[in-house]
Design a protein around this ligand. Structure first.
Ligand code: HXC
Length: 521
């Protein structure tokens, strides 16, 4: 019989590995579980494809000696880093371990994160950060702060080069919020995630405001009110599913295109549901979400920031397996009007799609910009300008479909031909004009209407409105000028978009040499 001999070198390694994997110990792991949180390693295992994780720097420790920290050394220094796969595609990942000094960021912890970020950057693969940390490690002083700045620098350098994704899975406070803020997408979980620059206690001391940490910086606050976070989930498992779903639509980096998404949905499928979908009455809303679900592959849509600025929809989907970004006005929310938040949300989404070679489909039904002092003092001029800037600088395929209203400034900014959209289509229900009929008649015929008696006024106004609608509230003026390439029937929507997506795949646009543009921030 073969005798099993002990191998001290192997034993030493296995022991050290087990110790590293224990993080801050069983008790602290249990505390983490009691708080409804997974541990750093459980998170990685659940997010990545099974058995795909390769870990870096398992034995790194801190070298500080202040305030007794030299008495404890956690192997790995409170962060698990490495590479793995999601949906079969490589990703780089780091996951802060709250069981080791509250996941606080010391200099070697930071160096581990920087190393895996550099790996992702050099190899053009997405970087995923799982944040669960008490912030800068107090015992390591300014070196910890330096670590944060090194991470920020890498976030900025990688912006538009590789997709950067942040999961907030615990506290994320102080300046630590700014690394996630630079990344492309932030995911938060109810009752688990918190982000704030200053916490409730500091706020109380400085401004005397009382606010809970949930109301201040929980998932709901950032997904509905501030717009800082893009995805919200009920628990960590759901959060990981969302991340996996998002990555399906993205390329590994800016030098590649998203891989084809498998589908059996026929590209020439007729959209019967859309035949009488757009209401004849321009004041009646309809669900743009239903229109989108009808035209994309298998009805699968991943909406970004779905609870923020709901008057505009930003979503990923595919048509004929081609990944696309959709920007659409939502007539059922504030009539689909453009305001400050909607402009910011859409502009950022357009720039992401453009950076990562994802064609943009714009579905337009917008009465214009929201009037009012709140909007003007809030800088709607500056924010609205971001939207037109984002469209005009985009070099990915741009397809625009006007379903109904395309009025005034909204026509000018929502990817018209003049901002260099490639294909502009309209339904027969499209109304492309400077403004809606009622408003237009009030302006053009003000003097004529002013002197009429009440009865005459009503009938004259109706006549003028009807005349204006006939002349302008349609897609034909714009078609005559070539501003609309094609008026299409709603039931042909999917087929038409697919045909254009195919021919636009090799689009090349030269841009002038410059350091960078100056988008109105
Ligand atoms: C060192 C820290 C730490 C930190 C927590 N710990 N934060 N150690 N540096 N920043 C340690 C705790 O001492 C404790 O150690 C363990 O982590 C768990 O912390 P608890 O307080 O027991 O956990 P909990 O009650 O869940 O509270 C979590 C917390 C709280 C809300 C994050 O720990 C906290 O407020 N920490 C300080 C946060 C902070 O002010 N950070 C600096 C922010 S400024 P033991 O040994 O008991 O397990 C900053 C600058 C960044 O980050 C600048 C970037 C530009």
């Amino acid at each position: 019989m073969h005798k099993i001999e002990s191998d001290p070198k192997r034993e030493r390694f296995l022991e050290a590995r087990a110790l590293s994997e224990l993080g801050g110990g069983k008790d602290k792991m249990e505390t983490q579980h009691r708080q409804g949180k997974l541990t750093a390693r459980e998170r990685i295992t659940k997010l990545l494809d099974e058995g795909s994780f390769n870990e870096f720097d398992k034995f790194v420790t801190h070298r500080s000696s202040y305030f007794g920290i030299d008495k404890t050394h956690y192997l790995g220094d409170g962060v698990v880093t490495g590479i793995g796969k999601i949906n079969g595609k490589p990703v780089a990942i780091y996951s802060q371990d709250f069981t080791c000094w509250g996941g606080s960021l010391g200099v070697h912890h930071a160096q581990k994160i920087c190393k895996v970020m550099d790996f992702a950057y050099n190899n053009q693969i997405p970087i995923i950060g799982m944040n669960d940390s008490g912030g800068a490690r107090i015992q390591e002083g300014v070196e910890s702060l330096a670590g944060y700045s090194e991470i920020f620098y890498r976030n900025v350098r990688a912006s538009g080069v590789i997709p950067q994704i942040s999961l907030i899975l615990g506290p994320c406070a102080g300046g630590a919020v700014y690394s996630p803020a630079v990344t492309d997408f932030i995911f938060m979980v109810d009752d688990v995630s918190y982000m704030f620059v200053t916490g409730p206690d500091v706020i109380k001391a400085v401004t005397h405001e009382s606010v809970t940490k949930e109301d201040l910086g929980g998932a709901r606050a950032h997904c509905e009110r501030s717009g800082v976070s893009h995805f919200r989930s009920k628990n960590e498992e759901e959060c990981f599913q969302q991340v996996r779903a998002l990555l399906e639509f993205l390329p590994s980096g800016n030098l590649s295109r998203p891989a084809a998404i498998p589908t059996e949905d026929p590209t020439a499928r007729i959209n019967h549901k859309l035949k009488d979908f757009i209401p004849n009455n321009p004041r009646r809303p309809y669900e743009m979400d239903d229109l989108i679900a009808e035209i994309v592959d298998d009805g699968i849509v991943l909406e970004v920031s779905q609870d923020y600025a709901t008057n505009v929809i930003c979503a990923f989907a595919s048509i004929g397996g081609i990944s696309i970004g959709i920007v659409a006005n939502r007539p059922s929310s504030l009539a689909g009007v453009l305001d400050i938040n909607a402009s910011d949300k859409a502009a950022r989404f357009i720039r992401f799609c453009d950076a990562f070679n994802i064609p943009i489909l714009t579905l337009e039904d917008v009465p214009g910009f929201l009037p009012g002092t709140v909007q003007e003092y809030g800088g709607i001029i500056r924010h609205g300008a971001k939207l037109l800037y984002a469209y005009a600088e985009a070099t990915v395929p741009l397809i625009t479909l006007i379903t109904r209203k395309s009025y005034g400034g909204a026509y000018c900014v929502m990817a018209p031909k003049h901002l260099r959209a490639d294909v502009n289509m309209a339904y027969p229900t499209a109304e492309i004009a400077v403004m809606g009929a009622e408003g237009a008649v009030n302006v053009i015929f003000r003097n004529e209407l002013k002197n009429l008696k009440e009865n005459d006024l009503l009938s004259k106004r109706q006549e003028l409105v009807a005349n204006y609608e006939k002349e302008f509230a349609n897609p034909y003026r714009a078609s005559e000028l070539g501003y609309v390439d094609e008026v299409i029937l709603p039931e042909e929507t999917r087929k038409k978009i697919y045909n254009y997506l195919v021919v636009l795949q090799n689009k090349i646009v030269e841009r002038p040499r410059r350091k960078h543009g100056n988008i109105p921030l």
